[in-house]
Write a protein that binds this ligand. Sequence first.
Ligand SMILES: CSC[C@H]1O[C@@H](n2cnc3c(O)ncnc32)[C@H](O)[C@@H]1O
Ligand code: ZN
Length: 434
Amino acid sequence: MSDLLVAGGQVLRPDLTVERADVLVDRESGDVADVVEPGTADAAERLDASGGLVIPGLINAHGHVAMTLLRGYADDKPLDAWLQEDIWPVEAELTADDIAAGAELGIVEMIKSGTTAFSDMYFHVDRIADAVERAGVRAVLGHTAVTVGKDDEAARADMQRSLDVAKELDDAADGRVTTTFQPHSLTTVGEEYLREFVPKAREADLPIHFHANETENEVDPIVDEHGLRPLEYAADLDLLGEDTYVAHGVHLDETEVELLADTGTGVAHCPASNMKLASGMAPVQRLRDAGVTVGIGTDGAASNNDLDAFDEVRDAAMIGKLAAEDAGAVPAEAAVEMVTRGSADLLGVDSGRVEAGANADLAVVDLEAPHLTPAHDLVSHLAYAVRGSDVRHTVCAGEVLMRDREVVTLDERAVRERASEHARDLVARAEGDD
Ligand SMILES: CSC[C@H]1O[C@@H](n2cnc3c(O)ncnc32)[C@H](O)[C@@H]1O
Ligand SMILES: [Zn+2]
């Protein structure tokens, strides 16, 4: 007898068709054991999916989870001013305990909105990994290196730390944590450091994740200094490849789209952050037409301002049309595919589909709501109408993380209170009030 049965609902299949079925989960392997005819299987534990749709847990392909502490702290500015005037000064005051508190809050928010895996760039990563372990989610983590504004010794130490953390934390939390080497971006890490450390990351077989082509301001200095488009420069540094994904990818010319496709480099599309910082519209339909794997990410809660991946799917479908000036661009199926299979490919996890043998990373969406009535097309609903608050249960690696909207692995109230205290004290320190 399998351990867990998600029963009584409809199931989104890998080809994005929907059928009435029950999902059997093998707790020991953490995999989906089978998808069966309704009422034909039994298990020790049951999750009620009646009136609901069982979907793969959503996968957040790019973010900074501890930035939940800075939600609403600095809004309505473009990227450079936002980072330099507000975010970096306050981040300089962050302690490891702050980051643990912010990470727990972000993870609870994601569990409550049906996200079971996320990719993260930050620091004090051991504390983020610890929160991931206790919460039961899956994550791809790394220490993000920045060299601008640092002396040579500090810059090299930061790059080395990114390598070391990626090696140390890989396979933590019973394999639910994997890692990437993370230069922050092509303009915030000096060429000499990329030339020295990227080969070391490649030698160690580490996947690589970095911000690229997010704003025009990031493109122009590279073109001026190197005479190359940013992704041509990245290719010259051996920064592109099958196990590499860039965040944002907004300002891309045709050569760069081809480079991404030819090298198998993926893109974590962050539509809400790109809109809020007025960074631009990523050419998502063009990327998909060229065969580039595109996933979807929230970016941090300070530039979004939430971690609800359903919002992001809707934003991706909407802005994809605007960017292509074509209402048929980035249709519902494409948006749902990007936040499931697309993001899973970027993170290198066997999730993003409800199918025997895949990770049992699932969410059950409650369909009995006015804004989901009538139900002509459930894929349309997933893209355009479902909200994170419609998620009834969340399961990762076969374990129930949220049952009937109650998070069972972390104490939501305590997490919220702790995060509020840390956020308040952090801002007081940063603004010199204590
Ligand atoms: C050094 S840890 C990661 C670093 O990235 C910053 N960040 C957050 N959002 C963005 C973005 O959209 N583009 C570039 N950098 C971003 C975050 O504040 C951390 O300092
Ligand atoms: Zn980012």
